[in-house]
Design a protein around this ligand. Structure first.
Ligand code: NAD
Length: 281
């Protein structure tokens, strides 16, 4: 009879190499903390080397694990392939890929500032391409590059960070500014919805692609994190959330730990929604 595995042991990431794109950002750093706390080796992949280095040092000191920050633009296949070469030389394996990087395009007013307007009527092809490049093409390039490494090793996990806005349309009333004419009201850009919905499709595709080689793929859809946003905005958004509040920065760590570890060993192609209930209303 097979030995029963302890639940605590299922979360163990000891020695597992975990790539986190956008690893120097707000949530990327939290994913890294969760992985480090469980003994994993976070590799922070970001375009900002300075923030990567600071965070890698902090995580190493706080959790006593190896943590490396490597400047890589994930929209550039050559840089992603170079990253694979370096990681395989230095660490010999890759067990986890968290596709977390995003452009997080600004919500901005139309009419007043045509160049950076986020309104659909004004939204430039250039901004569209930039957002898709980071959020979707970057995730595709990383999966294309590191999926085969995991498949060759006989297993691994890909986690795509989507959003509650992968499931629902942005409520544009949240972003309204009093006194502005209709054509100048700020909106959440279309690319955010498209990138996040696309990641759910990518999740389903990847969930079957290397499944026979033991590579699973899931998505996490977080709701908005409270980071001292404008009070009126926070109040309006909180009213759309059954729990009546935005998320704290640490409230996705356990979900990430679950999704990247053996604790979720029978979960594949799923989207875990952690949004205080926003999408059930
Ligand atoms: N913060 C939230 O409220 C929230 C809610 C739902 C979903 N999300 C999603 O969670 C993820 C992380 O969000 P965040 O709030 O930490 O954002 P963030 O802006 O703090 O972090 C994103 C990171 O991606 C990096 N990045 C940008 N372009 C890159 C590129 N070409 N190559 C490599 N790295 C690049 C940035 O330098 C940045 O450090 C995003 O996918 C976001 O859409 C965030």
């Amino acid at each position: 009879m097979a030995l029963k595995q302890k639940v605590r042991d299922m979360f163990d990431l000891n020695g597992r190499v975990a790539l986190i794109t956008g690893g120097a950002g707000l949530l990327g750093s939290k994913h890294a903390e969760a992985i480090a706390e469980l003994g994993g080796i976070p590799i922070l992949v970001d375009i900002d080397q300075r923030r990567c280095d600071l965070l890698a040092d902090r995580i190493h000191n706080e959790f006593g694990v190896i943590c490396i920050g490597i400047r890589t633009d994930i929209t550039d296949l050559n840089q992603v392939v170079e990253l694979r070469k370096r990681l395989l030389e230095e660490l010999g394996r890759v067990d986890i890929l968290v596709n977390n990087a995003a452009n997080n395009p600004a919500v901005s007013s139309g009419g007043l500032d045509q160049i950076h307007s986020s309104r659909l009527e004004d939204f430039s092809v250039e901004l569209w391409n930039q957002d898709i490049a980071v959020g979707l093409t970057g995730a595709f390039l990383c999966a294309r590059t590191f999926g085969p490494v995991m498949a060759d090793q006989g297993g691994g996990v890909i986690l795509n960070i989507a959003s509650d806005l992968a499931l629902i349309s942005p409520d544009q009333r949240l972003y309204r500014k009093p006194g502005l004419p209709e054509h100048a009201q700020p909106v959440k850009p279309v690319t955010y919805s498209v990138v996040k919905s696309g990641l759910i499709g990518l999740t389903r595709y990847l969930a079957t692609y290397w499944v026979e080689q033991g590579v699973r793929c899931n998505a996490l859809s977080p709701g908005g994190v409270f980071v001292d946003q404008d009070e009126a905005f926070v109040q309006r958004l909180s009213q759309l959330i059954p729990m009546g509040r935005m998320a704290g920065k640490d409230e996705y760590k356990a979900a990430v730990a679950f999704l990247v570890s053996d604790a979720s060993s029978y979960m594949n192609g799923a989207n875990l929604v952690v949004d205080g209930g926003r999408t059930v209303w």
